[in-house]
Write a protein that binds this ligand. Sequence first.
Ligand SMILES: Nc1ncnc2c1ncn2[C@@H]1O[C@H](COP(=O)(O)OP(=O)(O)OP(=O)(O)O)[C@@H](O)[C@H]1O
Length: 600
Amino acid sequence: MNRYLVLWASLLKLSWKQRPGFLTLFLFCQVLDIAALAFTGLALRDAIDAAQRGVLASSIIAATTAAVCYAATSVLRGVAQTLRLQAIERIGVAELDTLIMRYIVGVEGIEHLERPQFLDRITVLRGAGWGVMDSTWGVVEAVLSTVRLAVLLLLLNTVDPWLLTLLPFAAVPLWLDKRGQGAVAKAEVATAEAMRLQKHLFTLLTTAGPGKELRITSAGGELARRQTAAWDEAVEARFRAQLASAGWKLCGWVIFMLGYAAALAFVVRQALTAGGSAGDIVLTVTVATTLRSAVQQTVSRSAEVASYKRLLDPFLWLRDYVAREKAARPVTGVPVPRRIEKGIAFDRVSYMYPGTKHPAVDEVTIDLPAGSVVAVVGEYGSGKTTLVKLLCKYYRPDEGKITVDGNDLTSLNAADWWERLSVAFQDFGRYRTTFGEAVGLGDLPNKDDSDRILAALRAADAEHLPSRLVNGLRTQLGKEFGGTDLSEGQWQKTALARASMREAPVMVVLDEPTASLDAPSEQTVFETYMRNARDLAQKTGAVTVVVSHRFSTVAGADLILVMRRGRLVEHGSHEELMALGGSYAELYSIQEKAYSLPQS
Ligand SMILES: Nc1ncnc2c1ncn2[C@@H]1O[C@H](COP(=O)(O)OP(=O)(O)OP(=O)(O)O)[C@@H](O)[C@H]1O
């Protein structure tokens, strides 16, 4: 509970900082509303009693006060609601959603984007800023509703103290509702994976790319069946929890209504037999009627706040996770070199993905000399991508270390290191920006420099691409935004060009950079990158790492690493490996026969 209170206090402080006027006016309206509510009941009693005594002037003044106060309550509530919604909209969406996104992208590692149990929480948190901020203002409203309730009970106390026994009856629905909401929140977390699966399958079934394949394989029906099953599983579990929650709610209300009815009967009897006035009856009926909506508001607001646990828990988890990650990876003062003098070295490096049984990279020891072009080859799942992800500092080795000119990579500032890299991964981003930006984003400070963009496009053998697009570099990409869609190869070239934007990286990573390209394009791209690599070697001593399945691509590399089941089984130049006659030579010969590669 404490951590929720601390969170709400900090978010209230943020609200105060961002919109002090909104918060002040909101509180002012709410307090005035409570006062107006009390005065309405009291003034009504006075009006009736004065009329009964025959004091017309007092009766009219009291009746007018009651009418004004009553009208004021509805105006004040309307203003308070508008202020609340505006503040939540502006602070929740503008500040908190941005903060959540910063948390997600600011972590050095990428495990939180890959592990299912983390993904469940990240999924819940997408666009959750509104809800998190609403919970904070909801707490304020719940407190004010409780004060309103207390004021109403005090008014009843002026009629008869026995009426205060209504309070425990009002508390029962609160408690039972909380119980029900807890069950709903639990069911949502438990079914998040099924929900994610059904969304994923739905996207697969309704997008053009996989759709083409599904027509041929006829797997659409099976996937649709799985999607329905996942949907049914999630909805069924959530429905059951909601049903249970509604049951608890109903029990709570029945108990309250019994107390309410008994209290009303008691007051009417007192008023008729124990010398009570007609004003007392009117006050009691008025307050008791309002009491019902006040209890309902307190219960529903508190329940709403309790239901936000489903957002607050992942939010607090993410915040703690980011803090833990930052503490575990302190920003140290070791500067990232602008030029690599000796090279990058792996020293008995091992890494195992959490939840798996075998290391993806197993005791790899190798020197990647400064200025060299290094190719990583091997069968599917042999650890090539993991090796380059370790180089990119997305993961930390479980054992061993990677050094850059003798400095442990873990001690280098991650943001500085990333600023000196150029990378193109096989699962590259397809940015729905303008075409120029989709390339320019590879070097943020120069994202609008068209000369640089055109040079990057040349490096990716894509200089003709802008002329084929309706608006050249200014062409909007993505059909869903009224723009143009690119072919798979064009998207890949765009990603390659993006990776060529930086002019002085110290490491270039190309993970399967040409998988979607035709053979001549692949050849041209690779030749260009080899030339670039030589230029960069002169300029920054950059190490260029190319991951590829195609041996024709890598034969010209200075150093070839052959991976198998996470282990580095062979390394050397093409000639050395061919002379060795090991698995590289065997695989090369197979591809040579298949594609008629040039003789070594
Ligand atoms: N995020 C992940 N979580 C768990 N295991 C993973 C993850 N990514 C990869 N692996 C596993 O680690 C091993 C190495 O995967 P990696 O992607 O590095 O291989 P690869 O040689 O690049 O494969 P490919 O040629 O298919 O791209 C594989 O067994 C794979 O299943």
